[in-house]
Design a protein around this ligand. Structure first.
Ligand SMILES: [Ca+2]
Length: 393
């Protein structure tokens, strides 16, 4: 057992503490006329097909409205006219080509005015020529739902007849714009996504008349951008590791990623390593481009703290065992304090190097998650060095 097996003095170690994460997405909208601003001579929004079923032409009308809008001058409006005691259903729809193996985010807004059921539908097609000529995917299940905005407690995205949908049956009040989004993971073989702004006027109440308004609908490619970091205190480098879904290196040759390391350096590696050379706050941004256009990005801000080492605790953050390599010149003890300054550990150093702390305190209890002050203190009372360590769980 050698107390002084490593000489670490005057080496700069790099510790990074994550502060915040922020996200930005800029993928183009695949829909035509997503805000219903372009209107043809018949008063129908350009780019949107419309279908009525169970209703004759004078039972249901498709148009735009300038009474209720989220943006611009118009929204898409479907009006149900009281008349027929049978199932009536109507929707604006649009179908867009997509790429296999990608996520897509669909966001939309609707406002109900005495409409019994609002039922947006997302349909996956293997092939699509028109409303009557297409092949739907037969593998739609809840695994196609990657994420979605929070829903009222009586609502849930589910599957029905090969589509993803939910039925808002009076879950939301009349007269208010409701904003929602969902991220879908289409089944293999899907080449088109259709979005149906479905309403069902007659199923719940056969005598209702009312309007439904839709505005600012968006279908965009989505990459769930994320990365994490680890610090190697032996080589004094940080390794940034992409944790995106789909994985960046699975996307194809027309995709390119770039790391802005926040100190003027950039990297095009998948998992770059880097050393910062001064104490500062750095924002690392991972940006993904497709065909030269920014698709999405994620940023995280760190504080980098370079220090001279009498000892090196790692890994940091730690969730299991904290290894403390030390280089002391006379008998000393290791002391750990919580962020309130209360001592949680006090042990003499000397029998083994590194000292391995199992994250339990002097009473043998596991310390809670949080920041801890780790010090080596000589018998004389002189503090050799202080480090901050984050116990992550
Ligand atoms: Ca609009």
């Amino acid at each position: 057992m050698c107390k002084y097996m490593r000489s670490l003095s005057c080496v700069i170690a790099m510790f990074l503490i994550l502060i915040i994460a922020s996200f930005a997405f800029a993928a183009p909208n695949l829909l035509e006329n997503p805000s219903f601003e372009e209107v043809d001579v018949d008063g129908i929004p350009v780019g949107w097909g419309y279908i009525r079923s169970g209703a004759k032409e004078h039972h249901m009308f498709f148009s735009v409205s300038d009474e209720h809008v989220v943006s611009g001058n118009y929204s898409g409006r479907i009006e149900i006219v009281e008349e027929v005691a049978k199932k009536r259903e109507g929707f604006f729809y649009q179908v867009v080509p997509i790429e296999e193996g990608r996520l897509y985010k669909i966001s939309f807004n609707y406002l109900r005015d005495n409409i019994a059921r609002v039922m947006p539908n997302i349909i996956f097609y293997e092939s699509y020529t028109d409303y009557a000529t297409n092949v739907k995917s037969s593998n739609v299940d809840t695994s196609c739902i990657y994420d979605h905005s929070q829903l009222e407690s009586d609502l849930a995205w589910g599957t029905n007849n090969g589509a993803i949908n939910f039925g808002d049956i009076n879950s939301t009040p009349d007269g208010e714009w409701i904003h929602r989004w969902i991220i879908v993971d289409p089944p293999a073989g899907t080449n088109y996504i259709g979005f149906w702004t479905n309403i069902k006027g007659g199923v719940v109440s056969t005598s209702r008349r009312g309007n439904i308004y839709w505005d600012d609908i968006c279908i965009q490619e989505y990459v769930d951008m994320d990365f994490y970091y680890s610090v190697d205190t032996d080589t004094n480098t940080i390794t940034l590791t992409e944790a995106c879904y789909p994985a960046l290196n699975s996307l194809g040759a027309n995709y390119m990623w770039e790391w802005d390391l926040g100190d003027g350096n950039t990297s095009f590696d998948l998992n770059p390593t880097h050393t910062y050379d001064s104490v500062d706050e750095y924002t690392v941004t991972l940006t993904l481009k497709k065909d030269g256009q920014i698709l999405s990005s994620v940023s995280k801000t760190f504080i980098a703290i370079p220090i001279e080492k009498t000892f090196v605790p790692g890994p940091n953050p730690v969730s299991d065992i904290l290894s403390i390599y030390y280089d002391i010149t006379s008998p000393a003890s290791l002391r750990v304090y919580n962020i309130s300054g209360n001592a949680v550990l006090n042990v003499e150093l000397g029998d083994s190097n590194p000292y391995k702390w199992d994250l339990t305190d002097d009473n043998g209890d596991r310390v809670p998650r949080g920041f801890y002050i780790v010090q080596i203190v000589y018998e004389t009372g002189e503090v050799a060095e202080t480090h901050t360590v984050y116990v992550s769980n």
